[in-house]
Design a protein around this ligand. Structure first.
Ligand code: ADP
Ligand code: MG
Length: 309
């Protein structure tokens, strides 16, 4: 096997959670409304991500695992626009290099689906398959050909917890999409589509949430804060993407309280963001951070309660 290519692929995908993230983002990019994730042994043995998205055109199916294969051409500057999560055509290629993979897909205008078997990056077989519209990606034995990487994977529980957290995070970013997580045959999460973010949060945390919103100069901030107290947790979603910003998260914590669960959603024109960091990292910087902070502070202190139906 091409060791260098394998190692490069292992750098793009370094854990089962990483793999799940890429597959879930692909499903969201394909306009899925229902995403099901199944894992065995924390994803080390098996990962399956199934969606009801647009599917892959049959003629494109063999191409999706090629290096740089993407149907989402756009400019780097658009990275933080609410268009697509992926754009580099790297993920499926990287995963296919370090696993045994089966991709099944039925394109929305086709009567039948196709199933493609890939091993170590090579397409082995494509056959017809009866299935609903959408795509299912199965990943067997991640890093089977990179024993060193495999050895350094975290414990099964740790990987499973990471994947659970990840699905919750995407579920917060996309309350309109149904998510399901199954581990060793047991259902860990079953989140129906929610019409309001507070409903989604309530499903995830089993407690009521209040939502406060402020808007100014084209920047919108929506805070959803748990009514009861719990071990504090704060999440940030910017333009529909889960992101990380240490400074802002701490600012939110300080204002809503350290024992609250809080989701802060920001909608902001992309030119006010600096995403000039490694595309894999969730780090984001705001060019007008003080404006965002003011909106957060105002929404907490004035508590403009938005009723919803
Ligand atoms: P990227 O997301 O950066 O385009 P990926 O390697 O993640 O690259 O995926 C390659 C291509 O495979 C995508 O551009 C898309 O055309 C197709 N694809 C992957 N997953 C799905 C899916 N779940 N539904 C439809 N198309 C998909
Ligand atoms: Mg992708």
């Amino acid at each position: 096997p091409d060791v260098r290519a394998c190692i490069a692929a292992g750098e793009v995908i370094d854990s089962p959670a990483d793999c799940v993230k890429e597959l879930v983002e692909n499903s969201l990019d394909a306009s899925a409304k229902r995403i099901e994730v199944e894992i065995v042994k924390g994803g080390k043995r098996y990962i399956r991500v199934k969606d009801d998205g647009t599917g892959i055109p049959p003629e494109d199916l063999p191409l999706v695992v090629l290096e740089g294969a993407t149907s989402k051409i756009r400019r780097l500057e658009d990275l933080m626009h609410t268009t697509t999560y992926g754009f580099r055509g790297e993920a499926l290629h990287a995963i296919s290099k370090v696993s045994r993979m089966v991709i099944s897909s039925r394109y929305f205008s086709e009567d039948v689906g196709r199933e493609m078997r890939i091993e170590g990056g090579q397409v082995k077989e494509i056959t017809q398959r009866g299935m609903g519209i959408g795509t299912q990606v199965e990943v067997f034995d991640l890093f089977y050909n990179l024993p060193v990487r495999q050895k350094f994977l975290k414990k099964e529980d740790t990987e499973r917890n990471r994947i659970t957290k990840l699905i919750k995070l995407y579920a917060m970013a996309r309350p309109d999409v149904a998510f399901r997580l199954i581990s060793e045959g047991k259902e860990l999460l079953a989140l129906p589509p929610a019409h309001h973010i507070a409903h989604r949060l309530q499903e995830i945390y089993n407690m009521p949430f209040e939502t406060f919103e402020r808007e100014s100069n084209g920047v919108k901030v929506r805070l959803s804060v748990s009514v009861g107290n719990k071990t504090g947790e704060v999440f940030l979603v910017v333009n529909g993407r889960p992101v990380y910003n240490k400074n802002l998260l701490e600012y939110i914590r300080r204002h809503v309280g350290y024992r609250k669960v809080c989701l802060c959603e920001v909608e902001i024109p992309p030119f006010l963001l600096d995403v000039n960091v490694h595309p894999k990292k969730r780090e984001v910087r705001f060019l007008k951070e003080s404006l965002v902070k003011d909106l957060i502070k105002e929404s907490v202190t004035r508590r403009v309660y938005l009723p919803y139906t």
